[in-house]
Each structure stands twice: as C-alpha cells, then as structure tokens.
Design a protein around this ligand. Sequence first.
Ligand SMILES: Nc1nc2c(c(=O)[nH]1)N[C@H]1C(S)=C(S)[C@@H](COP(=O)(O)OP(=O)(O)OC[C@H]3O[C@@H](n4cnc5c(N)ncnc54)[C@H](O)[C@@H]3O)O[C@H]1N2
Ligand code: MOO
Length: 476
Amino acid sequence: MTAHGTRAGEDSDDLDVEEALALVNERPDRSARGHTPDRSADDHHSGGDTGRPDHGGPHRPHPSHRPAATWAEARAAAERAPRHRAGSRTGHLTPVAVPLAATLGLTLAAPLDALTDLPSFDTSAMDGWAVSGPGPWEVREEGVLAGHAGHAPLTDGEAVRIATGARIPPDTTAVLRSEHGRTDGKGRLHITAADRAPHTVTPGQDIRPRGQECRSGDQLLPVGTLVTPPVLGMAAAAGYDTLTAVPRPRAAVFVLGDELLGEGLPHDGLIRDALGPLLPPWLRALGAEVTEVRRVSDDEQALYRAITACDAEVIVTTGGTAAGPVDHVHPTLRRIGADLLVDGVTVRPGHPMLLARTKDDQYLVGLPGNPLAAVSGLLTLAEPLLRTLAARPAPEPYTLPLRDAVQGHPYDTRLIPVVLRGDRALPLLYNGPAMLRGVAAADALAVVPPGGSGPGEETELLDLPWASGGIGVCFT
Ligand SMILES: Nc1nc2c(c(=O)[nH]1)N[C@H]1C(S)=C(S)[C@@H](COP(=O)(O)OP(=O)(O)OC[C@H]3O[C@@H](n4cnc5c(N)ncnc54)[C@H](O)[C@@H]3O)O[C@H]1N2
Ligand code: MOO
C-alpha cells in the first residue's frame, strides 16, 4: 500500500478531496468555451496524434466503411442489436433457474411470488411474556424460544416467557415486553409503572400476525427486478432456493498487440498490458461473465481462429481497430462475413470503436487499443449491449453542472473523467486517449457535446459502476 493509501484509511474524507483535486484543473477558464489545458497530450480537437487541424468534418476511421455513428446513435444501436435475434423481442438471453446464492446482479425473469405467508406464524415482536387475559399472570415454568415448535394454548391469567421471533402460543392476548413487567416472589407477573401511569396490555400488542407482510401467492417483486442483496434476503425469506433469472452474457476478451507485456517494467518498446487487468472486472460490473481473457498476437490468422472458435455471446477485442499494418480486426470481420453494426463513432477518445454481429447470437465489440479509448468503447458499446442481453434496467440519465469549462471537439462528443463534489462535476486532467490517470481517480465520465461545455453548464454524466455503488460491482 502506498503512503497515500495508508493515510486515506486514517483521514479519508479530506484526503480523498485533496488527492482528487490534484488531478483537477485548478485554473478554470473564464470564457464560456474554455481554453484550459487538459493535459490530454493528444489534441482532441485537432487531428489526433498528428496535431494537424481537423476541421473537415467528423472523423472517418476508414474511407470504405459506413459513416461513423454519433455517440447517441452508437449507444442506441448497441442497445437494440440483440433484439434482432430470431424470436427475441426483448433481446435478452433465455432465462434459467439459478441457485439463489449465484443470482446477485441478475434480473428476475419471473415475478417473485411469496411461497409462504410472512410471517408464516404469529410471532412475538419483543422479548418478554406472552400473556392471556388481564394481569397479574401465573408464569409457566418453560419459556418459548424462537425456532421451537408449538406450545400449549395459554389459559386466562397465564403467561409464558417468550423470545423475539418465537411462535405465539394459541389464545395469547398480547406480548408484554420484559422491561414493562416484573415477577414477584411467588412467580406472578405484574405490569410495571411507566412514568406516570402503568404500562398497558392491549390485545395484539407486540405480536406480528401471520401474513402481515404478505400472503402466500402475493407478488413481492415484478419481472425485471435487479437482484440486489435485499432481494436475495427477501427471496430466501419467501422460501426460494433458486430464482428464474436472465443469466449473465458470457464474454471473451482478446487482447491484441505484440508490444504488450504481462508483467514487469516497460522496456525496449514493449509496454504493459493495461486492458487485460482492467476489462474483466469492469465487464463483470456491467453484467457479463468473463469466460476467457487471452492475448492474441498481431496475426490475422490467430485472430480469425480465436474469434471463430469462440462460443461466448460477446467477444471483446482490444487494439487493432485502426488501419495500421497490423490492425486486423476489420479484415478479419470481413473474412468471417460479420455484420458491422457500428463502425466508428464520433466520440473522443475512442472513435475507431466498432460493433459487429459475428453469428446470430454473438456480438463483437472492437475496442481501440488506447486505454481510455477502450474505456470509452466499453461505455458506449459494451454497456448497452450487455444491458439488453442481461435484461438490466437502463441507468437513469442525469446531469450536473461542470465546475470548469471543457473544451469541445468541433463535431464529436467527448467523454471526460470527472469527480463529483457536492452538486458539481470537476473535470479531471490526464484525459488523453492513452492515459488512465484521470479515469483512475474519477467517479463518472462527463458527456461533453460537440462544441464543449462552459463552466456551470449542466452536462450528462455516466456513473462508473463502483462510484455509484451499483449492484453490478462484483469484484469477487
Ligand atoms: N492513421 C491513423 N492512425 C490512427 C487513427 C486514425 O484514425 N488514423 N486513430 C488513432 C486512434 S484515435 C486510436 S484510439 C488508435 C486505435 O488503434 P487500434 O485500436 O488499432 O489499437 P493499436 O494500434 O493496437 O494500439 C493503439 C495504442 O494503444 C496501445 N495499446 C494497445 N493495447 C493496449 C493494452 N492492452 N494496454 C495498453 N496499451 C495498449 C498500443 O500500444 C498503442 O499505443 O489508433 C490511432 N491511430
Ligand atoms: O485516440 Mo482515439 O480517439 O482515442 O480513440
């Protein structure tokens, strides 16, 4: 753990803010469309790495491809892509029976109907005595504990010690809390005095009647509910051992690039693979089950074999989306006869991202190799695609004012890492396509429209799954 990590544990709030602010632009521009440096290294409103101005129109990743989709069109296309499957109106995977413990984060495909009354018997709500009729009462020798079978009915004037959650004996009038009664030397139970008047016993007091929460057959939760920890608890209480749910779409990750190292320091033109570690937990947070993470060499045949041998519903590739000498994704998709649904998106970073249907029930999300561009593709294409396949609810769109201006691209949407502080979003520096430093400190990505956002301007935000505390966060 770093020194910061240690201190964060001791003095979390202050340090959080302080550290995040170190990445925030501290010199907000005064103009509406700012010109603050964003340390993105690659100029987003010029011609990418070339630095040449690019005012000729939206970027086209390859002249022979269909025009790039807008960011909103790309997300909509990814969301509806699975609905084209034969016989699938909703586009989600076929529901299955899943053992309760494995359902966290899945979506219910059948309503959660109570299999029992809840409570399933009249239950004591307090520790004390079950009493019958008016007091004082003779107290039975043997008490009633939770989890024990039925006891003999009480007779008028009789009481029995009872624990919270224990079954109420027949003919009980009420439960008297232990702090409201006392037994005398002869073992008789009396009501004690409250401040001014004695405590009272009203019929039914501190008894949870059978069926108070639900009757057997009542619908507790509808189809489409996301299984959260309380849903797990509710289902268990209602008698379930398995739930009918939409399974996680299986996702295989193919990391392309001969320049990538799996460990150690970068050397001799080789760099560390950042996406192999980043993608699996993030995909899982988006609802996928990652079945495979494999490095594939920059070789068209290797990529062809990897894709055609894969039976996952979603293939995620990284790198190789552009038109360089070893960028094999497009040629391989052509060779397979894949249907390119999205081929380039007018978003920065990440514009060469793509979505293809490789088989009737298989999709390929081609993420650019630059790490933040890959994150952009993950949120633009993989998130809506997985959401439909897994029948997850769409996140509620929301906006916050940006504290600082963010310079826009003339034609493309920009996704900018931000931290959320109070009711404002603070744009972070280090947001270049090859950088993860900004997003690693971020709570959300701001969706900055073409032309940019001025200071205080309401801007759409995409929460990062862990920052919003989403149930999809399953780091295990
Ligand atoms: N002539 C053009 N060149 C490029 C264009 C363009 O429009 N015309 N677009 C640029 C943009 S924008 C991006 S983004 C990248 C996309 O490139 P690819 O998807 O083909 O990815 P690679 O070339 O394989 O890699 C790009 C970059 O990212 C590094 N990388 C790749 N994988 C990883 C990984 N797993 N972990 C860390 N870093 C990774 C790789 O070493 C490269 O530096 O193309 C531009 N070029
Ligand atoms: O650098 Mo590219 O736009 O990042 O995807």
